[in-house]
Ligand binder design. Structure first.
Ligand code: SAH
Ligand code: DHB
Ligand code: MG
Length: 221
């Protein structure tokens, strides 16, 4: 990772996305519990927050909770009666996240469901938990196309779907890759490109988390 990327990230975040105690504790507790340090960067968490506010999100879906860092950024953009549902497969991650939601004072707005996302998403649809105004897909990358399908199904016209890690050090352009995650991201691009119901773009990002990217898709009205 380039030093200047992370130095600039520190500068940008210091001004516009500073950590309060709850966010700081979220990262600390994640590290202390031995969870992987793969949460979004502070400026990306703030981007999710700004996007949620921009669209006036009242219902948010997240696939992949980890320690709850991105969820806390998004939950803080919700009105008091708003709701965020986040899906997590690893019980250890879920336990750390629950403690962090409580510390951040967002437990009333955040519902964490444990299990494989591919099993939880159909249940959300069956119980009419949607439509979600914003969906953030950030779990196992091999199933990105399926998660996108479900996010679309759980959306309404005007909903925004954001997918993390769509560049991965540029590996996205390696059509010969046998990596399940790279294949999943590439199939996602093919799916989104061919999906007439959304208008989408993707942005390359650099920073404290290296070289990666976000995909953003809005469901057409
Ligand atoms: N969104 C978080 C980071 C998520 S990391 C943040 O930015 O703060 C990806 C998470 O997805 C990990 O916690 C991992 O355990 C979880 N995950 C992996 N496979 C999953 C699956 N099949 N269903 C649900 N969660 C899964
Ligand atoms: C990984 C997953 C992520 O969601 C991320 O932002 C970075 C890395 C990973 O599985 O390696
Ligand atoms: Mg990610």
């Amino acid at each position: 990772m380039s030093q200047i990327w992370s130095d600039v990230e520190t500068y940008l975040a210091g001004h516009l996305a500073p950590h309060d105690d709850a966010l700081e504790q979220t990262i600390r507790s994640s590290d202390a519990a031995g969870l992987p340090s793969i949460h979004v960067a502070p400026t990306e968490g703030k981007l999710l927050h700004v996007l949620a506010r921009t669209i006036g999100a009242r219902r948010i879906l997240e696939v992949g909770t980890l320690a709850g860092y991105s969820a806390i950024w998004m939950a803080r953009a919700l009105p008091p009666d708003g709701r965020l549902i986040t899906l997590e497969f690893e019980p250890k991650h879920a336990a750390v996240a629950r403690a962090n939601f409580a510390r951040a004072g967002v437990s009333d707005r955040v519902e964490l469901r444990e299990g494989r996302a591919i099993e939880l998403l159909p249940k959300l649809a069956a119980e009419n938990a949607g439509p979600f105004d914003l969906s953030f897909i950030d779990a196992n990358k091999d199933q990105n196309p399926d998660y996108f399908d479900w996010a679309l199904r759980l959306s309404r016209p005007g909903s925004l779907i954001v997918v993390d890690n769509v560049v991965r050090d540029g590996t996205v352009i390696d059509g010969a890759s046998e990596e399940a995650s790279t294949k999943g991201v590439r199939r996602l691009f093919e799916k989104v490109a061919a999906e007439p119901r959304v208008s989408a773009t993707a942005l390359q990002t650099v920073g404290s988390k290296g070289y990666d990217g976000f995909l953003l898709a809005v469901v057409k009205r």
